[in-house]
Design a protein around this ligand. Structure first.
Ligand SMILES: [Zn+2]
Length: 500
């Protein structure tokens, strides 16, 4: 007797279709799994045997061969258990023939037959939706809350093997409706700008960063609110499209994290993080977990130098290429980078009323950890000061994130019409996007000449000015926007000294 069903294996954050073919025949009793299984797949036999026994089905003393196709694709993980058990049941005639041929089945089995969650269940759902021959997916009931919206496929949540058997025999109906999912609470950090007192310039910087997608560097003494400001950024970004939500849900599912994928991610790894954890390996790294959201690196110069160098490439390409022995994959990594740093190792350099105890050498070494090419990716460098206590306790109404997010959303629409996010504007595209008048162009070039701006710094200034104009729904960049952009970016001298 023979049966065929489908399951999936994960490579990176993509699920691949695997045919599970079971043949029960006369011969030496035993269960063999072939088709490049890894250890977890090979061990499925023991789990399935026990789960079937405790569900009341004894395997017959016959020869059972399970073939996982395609044979040249490495199969990893424990997600094949349920497919294998149901395949055996079909081949043994315990459930109707052909019932599983349009099913994708994923789930790990406990020895008692309960169905346990697996990594990447959202990726399996995506695979099932885009595969024509699949019209149903059987998956662990405990993971139903991880799924994004769907309407085009039947999703069957399974709690245990016995329930799966009864479902296949038509004794129970188990369909899940899309409206019942995603009821998990919001766990992502997103503070409101209303909670930030003072710091008008930094808030403007944050708004510009959100509107133009600009990477942002915040410099200021410890305790001036850099982390709080950064955590407000996800709440300013426009809502994600359905496609983006699916991507974020897939990544969270592979990392086995329960978050609300409708909320843009905010990741803030500590500076002791290894390159592998930051960039990814067999599992997605922090840059991928921040995909479509914000990556915040506090104490930026304290991060490992090789990590920062690698980060530069990720920012340029918007993805991470992992290439190891037997494992190659590409992870997406589109995010806004916010980094925070102190002005010097002790944090008091240039702070009014405080004395810096660092030697000039220490200050120089601290700043030189930021390589020029990486710093080059930041369009915005905003300098913060401590807000005096008197000012911070004054109860004046601050603008809410919601109001700012509306302006950001409108500004993004203008950029969508131009076809470029402002942070990606370069050369001729940038000059064309400015749409400026002759006198404003002359003004900009003269100002740049007087303050000896490099070409690179000049372009950053213009990009930021374009975003300032977008926030006002202005078609062209005028002298006013140029001056606002100049005041938000921290003193050009400071930046040049950081680069050199
Ligand atoms: Zn110092």
């Amino acid at each position: 007797m023979r049966s065929l069903t489908f399951s999936s294996t994960l490579i990176g954050i993509e699920a691949h279709l695997v045919g599970v073919e079971v043949v029960v025949s006369n011969g030496l009793p035993g269960l063999t799994v072939v088709g490049l299984p890894d250890a977890a797949v090979s061990e499925a036999g023991a789990r399935v045997r026990s789960a079937l026994k405790l569900t009341g089905v004894n395997l017959p003393p016959r020869r059972m061969v399970v073939n996982l196709a395609p044979a040249d694709l490495r199969k990893t993980g424990s997600g094949f258990d349920l497919a294998l058990a149901l395949g055996l049941l079909e081949a043994m005639g315990e459930i109707p023939q052909g019932i599983l041929q349009d099913c994708l089945v994923v789930g790990e089995l406990s020895l008692a037959g309960e169905v346990r969650g697996v990594r990447g269940v959202v990726c399996s759902l995506t695979l099932a939706r885009r595969t024509e021959r699949i019209s149903r997916i059987l998956l662990p009931a405990c993971q139903i809350g991880e799924l994004p919206q769907w309407s085009d496929i039947e999703v069957v949540p399974i709690e245990n093997l016995e329930q799966a058997m009864r479902y296949c025999r038509g004794e129970v109906a188990l369909e899940s409706t899309p409206s019942s999912v995603m009821s998990s609470p919001k766990t992502a950090v997103s503070n409101d700008l209303r909670d930030v007192r003072g710091q008008a310039l930094a808030k403007l910087g944050l708004e510009i960063a959100a509107a133009g997608g600009h990477h942002l560097a915040l410099s200021g003494p410890p305790g001036c609110g850099k982390s709080l400001l950064a955590s407000c950024l996800p709440g300013l970004l426009p809502p994600m499209t359905e496609w983006e939500v699916a991507e974020v849900a897939a990544i969270a599912s592979v990392c086995q994290e329960r978050t609300d994928s409708r909320v843009r991610p905010f990741r803030a790894p500590g500076n002791g993080i290894s390159s592998a954890a930051l960039l990814g390996g067999h599992q997605p790294g922090e840059v991928t977990r921040a995909h479509r959201g914000v990556l915040f690196l506090d104490e930026f110069p304290e991060f490992r130098r090789d990590s920062l160098e690698a980060l530069r490439v990720v920012l340029e390409e918007g993805q991470v290429k992992i290439s190891r022995a037997r494992f190659r994959t590409i992870y997406p990594a589109h995010f806004t980078l916010v980094c925070a740093m102190n002005p010097c190792p002790c944090g008091r350099f240039g702070v009014a009323g405080e004395i810096c105890i660092c030697t000039p050498n220490q200050v120089q070494r601290y700043r030189s950890k930021l390589s020029g090419p990486l710093l080059d990716r930041f369009d915005l460098l905003v300098s913060l000061t401590r807000v005096p206590l008197v000012e911070s306790s004054e109860v004046e109404a601050e603008e809410s994130s919601e109001a700012v997010a509306q302006r950001v959303s409108d500004a993004r629409k203008l950029q969508a019409d131009r076809g470029f996010l402002n942070r990606d504007l370069r050369g001729p595209n940038l000059l064309q996007a400015l749409g400026w008048k002759n006198q404003d162009r002359t003004f900009a070039y003269q100002l740049a000449e007087n303050s000896r701006l490099s070409m690179r710094a000049f372009e950053k200034w213009l990009r930021v000015a374009r975003t300032v104009a977008d926030l006002k729904q202005a078609e062209s960049v005028s002298r006013r926007e140029l001056l606002i952009a100049r005041s938000v970016r921290f003193s050009v001298d400071a930046e040049e000294s950081l680069v050199s």
